[in-house]
Design a protein around this ligand. Structure first.
Ligand SMILES: Nc1ncnc2c1ncn2[C@@H]1O[C@H](COP(=O)(O)OP(=O)(O)O)[C@@H](O)[C@H]1O
Ligand SMILES: [Mg+2]
Length: 225
C-alpha cells in the first residue's frame, strides 16, 4: 500500500443555498518517496485537495489514508497527532506566527513533540536554509523569500514522512523561487520525504515523478518524463 491513498473522495462546500462540488469522486495512490505535482486552473480545488490529504480538513465523502491512518475515522485531536507525526506543510502565504522569531517559529513543531533538542535542531535547520544570521528576526523583518525559507525549515523540523507544499514559489520572484525549489528537492532527497506540491509552474511540475491534473472536480493522471 502507498503512503497516501485517496479513495472516492468528494468535497462539497455549501455557499448560501447552493452546493458547490469542488472534488468529485477522486482516486489516486502515492508511493513512499515519490514526488507529485498537482496542477490545474485557479479555483479547481488544488488547495482543497491538499488540505484533505494533509488532514487539515475532512472530505465530504470517501477515504483519505495517510501512512495507514484513515482520517475519516479520527477526531480532530487524532488528526492533529497524525499531522504532527507524519506531515510537513508549506503554505503559499508562509503562515509564520508574527509574534515569534524565525528560530521560535521553527521550534514550535519540535516543542509540540517535547523534543529536548528543539532549539539546537531548529538552529541547524535554519542554517541549512541559509538563515544562520536571521534567527532572531521577526517575520515582518524578513523578505518574502526569507519567510518562505523559515516555513520550509519549520516544515522539515518534524522530519515528515510526507511534505505538502501549496504553490511554494507562487509569491516569490523567479530567482528566489528557483532557490526555494532547489531547497525543497534537496531536503526531499536527503530525507527520502514524499513530496506533493501544487504549482502553476510547468517547469517545476516537470521535475516531479508524476503530475496529477485537476479539472472540473475530476483528476487526470499524466506521466512525467
Ligand atoms: N471554505 C470554503 N467555503 C466555500 N467555498 C470554498 C472554500 N474553500 C474553497 N472554496 C471554493 O472551492 C473552489 C476551489 O478552491 P481552491 O481549492 O482554493 O482552488 P485552487 O487552490 O485550485 O485555486 C473555489 O471555487 C473556492 O471558491
Ligand atoms: Mg490554491
Amino acid at each position: 500500500m502507498g503512503i497516501l491513498t485517496v479513495k472516492d473522495v468528494s468535497k462539497t462546500y455549501q455557499s448560501g443555498s447552493r452546493k458547490l462540488t469542488v472534488l468529485d469522486q477522486v482516486n489516486f495512490e502515492i508511493l513512499e518517496g515519490e514526488s507529485i505535482a498537482i496542477v490545474g486552473p485557479s479555483g479547481s480545488g488544488k488547495t482543497t485537495l491538499l488540505g484533505l490529504c494533509a488532514g487539515l480538513d475532512a472530505a465530504s465523502t470517501g477515504s483519505v489514508i495517510l501512512n495507514g491512518e484513515a482520517f475519516e475515522k479520527l477526531n480532530e485531536d487524532q488528526r492533529a497527532a497524525v499531522r504532527s507525526r507524519d506531515v510537513g506543510f508549506i503554505f503559499q502565504n508562509f503562515q509564520l506566527l508574527p509574534t515569534l522569531t524565525a528560530l521560535e517559529n521553527v521550534m514550535v513543531p519540535l516543542e509540540l513533540k517535547k523534543r529536548k533538542d528543539a532549539r539546537s535542531k531548529a538552529m541547524e535547520l535554519l542554517e541549512k536554509v541559509g538563515l544562520k544570521d536571521r534567527m532572531t528576526h521577526y517575520p515582518t523583518q524578513l523578505s518574502g523569500g526569507e519567510q518562505q525559507r523559515v516555513s520550509i525549515a519549520r516544515a522539515f523540523a518534524n522530519e515528515p514522512k510526507i511534505l505538502f507544499a501549496d504553490e511554494p514559489t507562487g509569491n516569490l520572484d523567479t530567482e528566489t523561487g528557483e532557490m526555494i525549489e532547489a531547497l525543497i528537492f534537496d531536503l526531499n532527497k536527503a530525507q527520502g520525504t514524499t513530496l506533493i506540491l501544487v504549482t502553476h509552474d510547468t517547469e517545476l511540475a516537470k521535475r516531479t515523478d508524476r503530475i496529477i491534473q485537476i479539472k472540473g472536480g475530476k483528476i487526470q493522471e499524466e506521466s512525467n518524463g
